[in-house]
Design a protein around this ligand. Sequence first.
Ligand SMILES: C[S@@+](CC[C@H](N)C(=O)[O-])C[C@H]1O[C@@H](n2cnc3c(N)ncnc32)[C@H](O)[C@@H]1O
Length: 222
Amino acid sequence: MPTHQSLSGSSDEDLLRRMVKSHAERYGDAFWKFFDAQVAPHLPPRPTVIDLGCGPGLFVRDLGLRYPDATLHGYDVTPAMIAHGRELPPTGATTTFAVHDVATQPLPHAAGTVDLVTMSSVLHVFDEPWPTLAEIRRVLAAGGIFLLHDWIRQPLATYLAYRRDVLGESDADCQRRGFRLFPVHNKYTTADWLWLLDHVGLPAAEHAQLRDSHRIFVCRPA
Ligand SMILES: C[S@@+](CC[C@H](N)C(=O)[O-])C[C@H]1O[C@@H](n2cnc3c(N)ncnc32)[C@H](O)[C@@H]1O
């Protein structure tokens, strides 16, 4: 299956650097305001949370600072990402990072035991999202939440302008990465995501657009 790295021609280290550099902007005030309004009120005081495709682990770290009594798991298929997460300073929360391919392997959790599953900018890459979504639904506790934040379809000109103006890419990089990644990042519309989520029994109770390129969905098991 293609990965972000193989599609963009970036190395693991390059993607890691870009994820770390953009973390504060991607998980900024707008994100936490939304999280505090739509997710936090539904979490138990000692939540179990798993982040699928956790990248460098910085969101898991942020959750640990907010929920020091939580049990947190970050999974990623790229060893360099997991190595980065493991080197982050402890937060108080019980935190584990593991190399795990969430597209092809079952989640290592019993049914109905996870309060929050998060997945940001990962699911659009998968050739076939059903098995992963079914696994997410299996592990979610009653009243649990799946927080999906992912790319939505934009016109080509808007997408290339976003890469140049927001991501700060040069014209050369726009040509190389932009055209190669356009079909990957612009695969699903908001309606497509809603349809997928409905069909797997994880309907979105809320959704919002915090960035032009992405939509965030708060889903609960039907
Ligand atoms: C664009 S990064 C997003 C990282 C993180 N979620 C964030 O928002 O900072 C996508 C991540 O998904 C991971 N990934 C891609 N395919 C995966 C798979 N099949 N299983 C687990 N992780 C995967 C990549 O290694 C990469 O770290």
